[in-house]
Design a protein around this ligand. Structure first.
Ligand SMILES: N[C@@H](CCC(=O)N[C@@H](CS)C(=O)NCC(=O)O)C(=O)O
Length: 244
C-alpha cells in the first residue's frame, strides 16, 4: 500500500492521477498547506523541503523497508518503474520522456506557479513581474503547442508520465489568463486526456477541500512569510495554490 501525502494542487494531482492510471492501491493523507501542516516536524521528516506531494511505499519492489519519496517528478519515475507503465522501454522513447518530464519540472510548473502568484495572489501589483512571468508562461505554452504539433503526446506517440506531469498545470490555464484557443494542439491534447476515466478519478481527489480564497494565515503559510525551518530564507515567494 502507498501513502500519498497530498493537497489538491497541480503537483499533488500529478500523483493521484498516476496512481489511478497505474491501478496501484493508495491511501490519501491530507496535508493542509494553507494551515501550515507542511512545516510540522512529522511532515518534514518525510520531506525536508516542506512541500507536497510525498509518497511512502510500504511495499517497495524487492521488499525491504518502506520507501519515502518527495518531488513529484521523482515520484512519477518511481511509480512508472514499479508499475511498468507510462515509460517506454526503448532508449529513445525513455530519454524523450525523461527530457520532457524535466522540462515540466524545471520550466512549465515553476513558471506557471510564478505567473499565478504575481497575477492572482501578490498583495501589490508589480507590473514587471506580472509581465515577465506572463510572457514566459505564454512562451512555454507555445513550446508545448509546437511539440504537440509534431507528436500525439508530449514525449512522443505514447501517453507517458510527461503528459501526466503537464496536464494538471495546463488545467490552470483559465486562472492563469490563457485560452487554449490560442494553442490548438494543446487544446486537442488536453481534451483527449481529460476524457480518460483514471485521470478524472485522480483529479477528483481532494477537490472538495479546495479553498477559493486565502485568509491572512493561509497567505502567510503559502507565500513565505514563515520560514521553512533551519536557515531557510523567510520571505521567499512561493505559490503553487492554483485552482482552475
Ligand atoms: N518541485 C516540487 C514542488 C512541490 C510544491 O511546490 N508543492 C506545493 C503545492 S503544489 C506546496 O507544497 N506548497 C506549500 C508551500 O508553499 O508552503 C514537486 O514537484 O514536488
Amino acid at each position: 500500500m502507498i501513502d500519498l501525502h497530498f493537497a489538491p494542487t497541480p503537483n499533488g494531482w500529478k500523483i493521484s492521477i498516476m496512481l489511478e492510471e497505474c491501478g496501484l492501491p493508495y491511501t490519501v493523507v491530507p496535508v493542509n498547506i494553507t494551515r501550515g501542516d507542511q512545516f510540522k516536524s512529522e511532515f518534514r521528516t518525510l520531506n525536508p523541503n516542506g512541500r507536497i506531494p510525498v509518497i511512502v511505499d510500504r511495499d517497495p519492489p524487492g521488499g525491504g523497508a518502506p520507501l519515502t519519496i518527495f518531488e513529484s517528478g521523482a515520484i512519477l519515475l518511481y511509480l512508472a518503474e514499479k508499475a511498468g507503465r507510462f515509460m517506454p522501454r526503448d532508449l529513445h522513447g525513455r530519454t524523450s520522456v525523461q527530457q520532457w518530464l524535466m522540462w515540466q519540472m524545471s520550466a512549465l510548473g515553476p513558471m506557471l506557479g510564478q505567473n499565478g502568484h504575481f497575477s492572482l495572489y501578490a498583495p501589490t501589483r508589480i507590473p514587471y513581474a506580472v509581465e515577465r512571468y506572463n510572457n514566459e508562461a505564454r512562451r512555454l505554452y507555445g513550446v508545448l503547442n509546437d511539440r504537440l504539433g509534431e507528436s500525439g503526446y508530449v514525449a512522443g506517440e505514447e501517453y507517458s508520465v510527461a503528459d501526466i506531469a503537464c496536464f494538471p498545470w495546463v488545467m490552470t490555464h483559465k486562472a492563469q489568463g490563457f485560452t487554449l484557443d490560442d494553442f490548438p494542439e494543446v487544446r486537442r491534447w488536453f481534451a483527449e486526456l481529460r476524457a480518460r476515466p483514471p485521470l478524472q478519478k485522480g483529479l477528483a481527489v481532494g477537490r472538495r477541500a479546495i479553498r477559493k480564497t486565502l485568509d491572512e494565515q493561509a497567505r502567510s503559510n503559502l507565500f513565505g512569510t514563515r520560514p521553512a525551518g533551519g536557515d531557510a530564507a523567510a520571505g521567499t515567494l512561493r505559490s503553487q495554490h492554483l485552482d482552475n
